[in-house]
Design a protein around this ligand. Structure first.
Ligand code: NAD
Length: 278
């Protein structure tokens, strides 16, 4: 079984660089999919209140026989709960549904810059949660450079991570550079662009050279860039395939060819314009 490297967050907490994402896994399938991932060796699960499947993640962890401390679990504050008291209550609800007494990482899912609650207020609620010890780290998701700079200027705790869309068609290097400058780890969501990049001839060519699959090559590219990834699949063979990333290496030339595929193409919403509340 592969050994997954860890990354030290800015508060000293370690996070496995490779995890398992459960976005779009139906609630009734989540326990089974998460159990499969834990059996394969994943020790980091990325869920969210918005995904409606936190319960299955908690159940899988309890059924797996692993200790709670052996698995790093992230969840996220849903849109619509940005006001201070709503954020605290939503965090309590996530813990309750998961059946946990703490989360390893809790994120503001989207900045929602156009709504009438300022995300600085939301972050102050997360700071309180962090100080209570019930979230071992706190961070943000889909924050742009200007959002990050405001948080750092106006609040006390620097986010541990910023989870943003990153893949070969959206390298997002400007936001990644600001994350690095501020000491924030980058988590790359939709790391294989939901499959969109897997037929790219540059990717398939490099995969052939290494006798690897296109998904492994793209995930390895993220790992070598230093980002944290958690690909999603409910197919056991793919869950296994996506875990086998640590016994080969891409050359500098391979890395450059993949990075050059960037066309600033998003698969998800633009965080500057997204203000959707369910
Ligand atoms: P992904 O890039 O991980 O792609 C997932 C899809 O690719 C799967 O549905 C599957 O069809 C396919 N796939 C997976 N492994 C494959 C393989 N080896 N070969 C061929 N096809 C394969 O996309 P994602 O699920 O959107 O993103 C991963 C995780 O990132 C999510 O599960 C979630 O945890 C997180 N995420 C966060 C946000 C956010 O706003 N913070 C948004 C989207 C996703």
């Amino acid at each position: 079984m592969s050994t997954v490297p860890t990354i030290a967050l800015n508060n000293g907490v370690s996070i496995p660089q490779l995890g398992f994402g459960v976005y779009q896994v139906p609630p009734e399938d989540t326990k089974g999919a998460t159990l499969t991932a834990l059996e394969v060796g994943y020790r980091h699960i990325d869920t969210a209140e918005m995904y409606g499947n936190e319960r299955g993640v908690g159940e899988a962890l309890r059924e797996s026989g692993l200790e709670r401390s052996e698995v790093f679990v992230t969840s996220k504050l849903n849109n619509g709960f940005h006001a201070h008291d709503d954020a605290i209550a939503a965090f309590d609800e996530s813990l309750e549904v998961l059946g946990f007494d703490h989360l390893d990482l809790f994120l503001i899912h989207w900045p929602l810059p156009g709504i009438d609650v300022d995300f600085v207020e939301t972050w102050q609620a997360l700071e309180e949660i962090y100080r209570s010890g019930r979230a071992k780290s706190i961070g943000v998701s889909n924050f742009q450079a200007n959002h990050l700079r405001r948080l750092v200027q106006e609040t006390e705790i620097v986010p541990a991570v910023n989870q943003i869309e990153v893949h070969p068609y959206l390298t997002n290097d400007d936001v990644r550079a600001v994350n690095t400058e501020l000491g924030i780890a980058t988590e790359a969501w939709s790391p294989i662009a939901q499959g969109l990049v897997l037929d790219d001839p540059v990717v398939t060519g490099i995969a052939k050279d290494h006798d690897r699959t296109p998904a492994q090559v793209v995930l390895r590219w993220h790992i070598q860039r230093g980002d944290i990834v958690f690909p999603k699949s409910v197919t056991r063979s793919r869950v296994e395939e996506n875990f086998e990333l640590f016994d080969f290496e891409l050359s500098t030339a391979d890395m450059g060819l993949i990075t050059a595929l960037n066309k600033d193409e998003r698969t998800g919403p633009n965080p500057d314009e997204f203000n959707w509340i369910p």
